[in-house]
Design a protein around this ligand. Structure first.
Ligand SMILES: [Zn+2]
Length: 707
């Protein structure tokens, strides 16, 4: 998952707070000057990267005020220019820089809100996010700003000598302005602004409710059968001596896959599926109603139509027919997989009268099948992926393929002791390319999923003819991997390593960004293309030679055997039909929530798609997954983008594989043709340029064993 502020999101996010009502004191004015210095200077050291994150509540408030003052002053200058004097640099580029500088402060604060262990910091960052969202709406949804841009677009831009990227930027920005409602009558435009502010505040609340959910169940020792001693030893006990099982990812997946006690799995399943419920039901219903209202005001049939307009898929209908097409193609494979599991049930698991599984049994059935018939236990595989060694191995792969050099250290400051900082340099020139903060283990109140967020986006701008200025990036990667226990180091499941490759892939996409404009850098591309690079890098984790090199048993240092590796690779095809079914449910829920209509029955939407795409499961009406489905606010109707971009990812991957997964020449071609281009070129053109043909879905189906 990728968290980033694009130009578009600046126009579409927001909440309420009047800038004028905060009285500046001297500290705050000093903060404006400090920020101006920060914006004007390139990041050159780890110290600079750490300084991007405010450390105290006071600093959060100061920076919030300072960045608003800065943006206001700069936009005033932007508007005041004589139209006859407008050029690309003083108008379009100025807009690009001002909005990016707001995004730097905003992203650092948003990141802190997701990870800070300090309640006061979380409160202050939440308030600041709301303030900045509201401010963004007021500052950028300003008709004077639009008129200034339009004057340039329809005037001097027609004859000014511009690059293809600059011209594409003008067209994209103009389309975004129109999409945002700038052509509406003034009173309706004000309503659109008000809606944007309300929606942004609700989205912040939706995510905070998920992150701070503390659901858990308690069980006695006999309720933990099937789980390993070291895992049990790491659990907390309550005052009555019962073990507490939380809904954090490592605990949940360990129990749901391996605990032989059905009652424990069942109770934890309900706790997990009901995270942030019921609070987020109302929040989501309100978001949906307001987004529907917004879309109608902007002349769209639905929010999904508004949201997908301008993406690769272009319309919700096309996105939906893409998903339905995949499901049709995978149907026979799904039936085979279900039949195989049904015939090989472990003790204690039964099917209902219609031969359907209870959802708390499927993870267990699948892992028991793998253990019994394939002699493959993900916990045994994890013994070959001790965190530190594995991460170094992963870094090694990225360093070789992308011709980079990494230095990992403990940052001089970070929000938690768990955080590490990677400095990335160009292997040949030694140029600094960026910093990546990594925060890998669960903590109370931390963002519970895995994601990557960009604070500064890498660019390569020709400042004077022939001189390219490379700006390094700063990003953070958040994950929730199992922690070390008293008797063994932290070990990663194969899935965890794949997740790390994915999120780190986003960070690399941001870091190798080589666009002229900030709004196009790295991950700032179409939403249904942004998961392509991250999903392509997951594929490195299914290569035999790389797995051999990466794995080392934490006690014996031996790599995985050839036989184990072959099995791991074969697993990709093993339940690929069910993988597509699960992703299709998520995609259809995301599309349906935002189809035409202000009032949605969220439970009915989920039930419809679960029954349609997962007919082998007994539907559980007392579960409310949407309440913790964070993508429903950030990716909104566009969850389909994961499968959509995975098709391209696999098509590209097999081309790269022919050239060599550690071959820096192949990496350079990938960066030069696709990754570095970010959003500066239509992805369809990027794909064709790389492949030398139209993209195809054959590799995707072949890779998943679907005929
Ligand atoms: Zn992702």
């Amino acid at each position: 998952m990728q968290k980033t502020f694009s130009k578009k999101s600046l126009l579409f996010l927001g909440l309420i707070i009047c800038v004028g009502c905060t009285k500046p004191d001297l500290n705050e004015l000093k903060a404006v000057e400090e920020l101006r210095t920060m914006f004007g200077t390139k990041i050159t050291s780890a110290k600079d990267a750490c300084a991007l994150f405010p450390r105290t509540v006071e600093q959060i408030n100061e920076r919030t005020f300072a960045v608003m003052t800065y943006v206001k002053q700069e936009l005033d200058k932007f508007v005041a220019l004589d139209d006859a004097q407008r050029t690309f640099d003083n108008t379009a580029r100025a807009y690009d820089v001002i909005s990016d500088n707001l995004s730097i402060v905003h992203s650092a604060i948003q990141g802190l809100h997701m990870v800070s262990p300090d309640a006061a910091i979380r409160d202050a960052t939440q308030q600041s996010e709301n303030t900045l969202n509201a401010f963004s709406v007021d500052a950028f949804m300003n008709p004077a700003v639009y008129n200034a841009f339009k004057a340039y677009y329809n005037g001097a831009a027609k004859t000014e000598k511009l690059t293809a990227e600059q011209r594409y930027y003008l067209d994209e920005l103009m389309r975004d302005f129109k999409k945002a409602g700038f052509e509406l009558p003034a009173d309706q435009f004000e309503e659109v602004k008000a809606l944007n502010k309300e929606i942004a505040e609700l989205c912040v609340m939706f995510e905070a409710n998920i992150n701070t959910d503390k659901s858990s169940i308690t069980v006695g020792r006999d309720g933990l059968q099937g789980l390993e001693e070291h895992f049990i030893n790491g659990l907390i006990k309550n005052d009555e001596g019962l073990f507490v099982l939380g809904v954090d990812y490592p605990t949940y997946f360990e129990v749901i896959k391996h605990c032989t006690v059905q009652d424990t799995r069942k109770r934890l399943f309900f706790a997990f599926e009901n995270r942030a419920y019921p609070q987020n039901k109302t929040v989501l219903e309100t978001i949906i109603a307001k987004r529907d209202q917004l879309a109608k005001k902007l002349g769209y049939a639905s929010y999904a139509a508004l949201d997908i307009d301008g993406e690769m898929a272009a319309t919700p209908e096309r996105a939906e027919s893409f998903i339905r097409g995949l499901v049709d193609k995978a149907r026979a494979k799904v039936q085979q997989e279900v039949a195989l599991f049904s015939k090989n049930l472990p003790d204690g698991v039964t099917l209902d009268a219609q031969n359907r599984f209870n959802p708390w049994d499927t993870g267990y059935v699948s892992s028991e099948y793998k253990r019994k018939f394939l002699q493959l236990d993900d916990r045994a595989v994890a013994e070959y992926f001790e965190v530190e060694k594995t991460l170094n191995g992963v870094f090694d792969i990225y360093q070789k393929f992308l011709n980079l050099s990494f230095k990992v250290s403990k940052p001089e400051w970070a929000w938690s002791d768990d955080v590490q900082l990677i400095e990335v340099n160009d292997k040949e020139t030694g140029d600094l390319r960026g910093y990546i903060f990594i925060d890998l283990y669960p903590r109370a109140n931390k963002y519970s999923h895995a994601c990557c967020g960009g604070v500064i986006h890498a660019t390569q701008t020709e400042t004077v003819p022939g001189v390219i200025e490379k700006k390094p990036s700063v990003s953070f990667v958040i994950a929730n991997f199992p922690k070390a226990t008293a008797d063994r180091p932290a070990l990663l499941k194969h899935d965890d390593v794949e997740t790390f490759f994915h999120e780190f892939g986003h960070a690399m996409h941001g870091l190798v960004g080589a666009t002229d404009l900030l709004s196009f850098s790295g991950t700032r591309t179409k939403s249904d293309f942004v998961e392509m690079p991250s999903q392509i890098f997951e594929e490195w984790m299914f290569d035999k030679d790389l797995l051999k090199n990466l794995s080392a048993h934490y006690q014996t240092n031996q790599p995985l055997s050839d036989e184990m590796i072959d099995k791991l690779i074969a697993l990709k095809k093993f339940d690929s039909g069910l993988f597509i079914s699960g992703q299709s449910v998520n995609s259809m829920v995301s599309l349906d929530c935002y189809k035409e209509g202000a009032v949605k029955d969220l439970d009915a939407i989920r039930e419809l798609h679960a029954r349609t795409f997962l007919p082998h499961l007994v539907y559980q009406p007392n579960t409310h997954r949407y309440a913790s489905f964070g993508h429903l606010t950030g990716y909104a109707a566009k969850y389909y983008g994961y499968l959509w971009s995975k098709v391209f990812a696999l098509d590209l991957f097999y081309q790269i594989k022919k050239e060599g997964l550690l071959n820096p020449a192949a990496g350079k071609r990938f960066v030069d043709t696709i990754l570095g281009k970010g959003g500066s070129v239509d992805p369809n053109i990027l794909l064709k340029n790389y492949l030398g043909r139209e993209p195809q879905s054959d590799a995707f189906f072949e890779d998943l064993g679907i005929k």
